[in-house]
Design a protein around this ligand. Structure first.
Ligand code: PLP
Length: 384
């Protein structure tokens, strides 16, 4: 059918009609009382989703803007940071901190590996750092890290902990306060099922203390400006007011579903996707574990170039999945399942992948993926 489109990427993600409708409301003036009430409510909803009592700052920027805000406000040239990387976004922390003149100690894993708290503890014992940067869900590989144990290892040494939760917030459990995370950064276009355009950072008392002392030049992302404006119920610069309205509607839906229910749904979606892919004979690149609930990274059989698969899915069936980053581009594709997703999105994606791979002459088993995905969605896999 002409024009029918399916968005199965790990961001941007599909946006529910209630959220789209909210973004289409008449534009509010950002200094007026209506917007102030909307902003206050949205920040309170975000505190609930991040499970924090800390300040939440909202930027009109993509997720990387919130990354940059954390680096600019927490690091002065020469400060020592440890950035754990297991893919594209951990490497982004390293590049950003380097750009700001920090001394970066990398704790680098192969793409697809899961970081370990004991490695972090050992690295920090050898070279202490002022700030530790972590990635919760590494969207390039599908690995979801154990932020609780990594944060505990970093806190032992007194370092501040900053977590990239751009693709995980709202999809997998994250307890900012209970786990002691100083700064959580995220964006709207992933599990928060809103259009792209807003990013957020939660800031703990210890992070504020450091931000006050750091002398690094900053302006648009100067956290102090956001706090001052918040005291007057506003933002320092004109925010994307329509996207704030959409985010508010999306967070209302998420909180109505209940965070625990949303986490369980995402775990079931991930499980369905992995089991369906394996049933047709594909090899997973992302870990085969319940926690891998954000995006499933799958290897194509040797016969099938992943770039061609991604292209054919879009051109023949109107389906957008994500390709692989860098060296993995010809072997890897990724099906995202965060935000406004249900099991029929998974079965649609798997059915189309099966069709295209079969057309490409790949040796896959046909007719089993959808059934297996539906079974796995309904019941956790039990060990044989
Ligand atoms: N971190 C993670 C884990 C991501 O998935 C992304 C985007 O895909 C980013 C950071 C960067 O966010 P943005 O593209 O909104 O700047």
């Amino acid at each position: 059918m002409a024009g029918k489109r399916y968005l199965f990427t790990p961001g941007p993600t599909p946006v529910p009609p209630e959220v789209l409708a909210a973004t289409a409301e008449p534009v509010l003036h950002h200094r007026g009382p209506d917007f102030k009430a909307l902003l206050a409510e949205t920040l309170e909803q975000l505190r609930q989703v991040c499970r924090t009592e800390n300040d939440v700052l909202l930027f009109t920027a993509s997720g990387t803007g919130a990354f940059e805000s954390a680096v600019a406000n927490l690091l002065a040239p020469g400060d020592r940071v440890l950035a754990v990387s297991q893919g594209e976004f951990g490497e982004r922390w390293q590049k950003l901190a380097t750009a700001y003149g920090a001394e970066v100690i990398p704790l680098a894993y192969e793409w697809g590996e899961t970081p370990r708290a004991e490695d972090l503890a050992a690295a920090l014992a050898e070279t202490p750092a002022d700030v530790v940067f972590l990635v919760h869900s590494e969207t390039s590989t599908g690995v979801v890290a154990d932020i609780q144990s990594l944060t505990a290892a970093a806190k032992e040494t007194g370092a501040l902990v900053v977590v990239d939760a751009v693709s995980s917030l709202g999809a997998v459990p994250l307890e900012a306060d209970a786990w002691g995370v100083d700064v959580v950064v995220s964006g709207t276009q992933k599990a928060l099922m809103s259009p792209p355009g807003l990013a957020l950072a939660t800031v703990s008392a210890a992070a504020w203390d450091r931000a006050e002392r750091v002398t690094t030049p900053r302006f648009y992302f100067d956290w102090r400006r956001y706090r001052k404006a918040l005291d007057a119920g506003s933002t320092p610069f004109t925010p994307a007011v329509a996207t704030v309205a959409g985010l508010n509607a999306a967070l209302t839906l998420i909180l109505q579903e209940g965070l625990e229910n949303a986490f369980a749904r995402h775990a079931a979606l991930g499980r369905a996707c992995r089991e369906g892919a394996k049933a047709m004979g594909l090899e997973l690149f992302s870990p085969d574990e319940e926690r891998s609930a954000v995006v499933t990274a799958i290897l194509t059989p040797e016969e099938a170039n992943a770039k061609e698969l991604v292209l054919a899915l879009r051109e023949r069936h109107g389906i957008t999945v994500a390709g692989g980053h860098g060296d993995m581009a010809t072997r890897l594709f990724r099906i995202g399942h965060i935000g406004w997703f249900d099991v029929f999105d998974i079965t649609t994606a798997l059915a189309a992948v099966e069709l295209v791979l079969a057309d490409m002459g790949a040796p896959i088993e046909r007719g089993v993926a959808v059934t297996r995905a539906l079974e796995a969605y309904a019941a956790p896999v039990t060990a044989a």
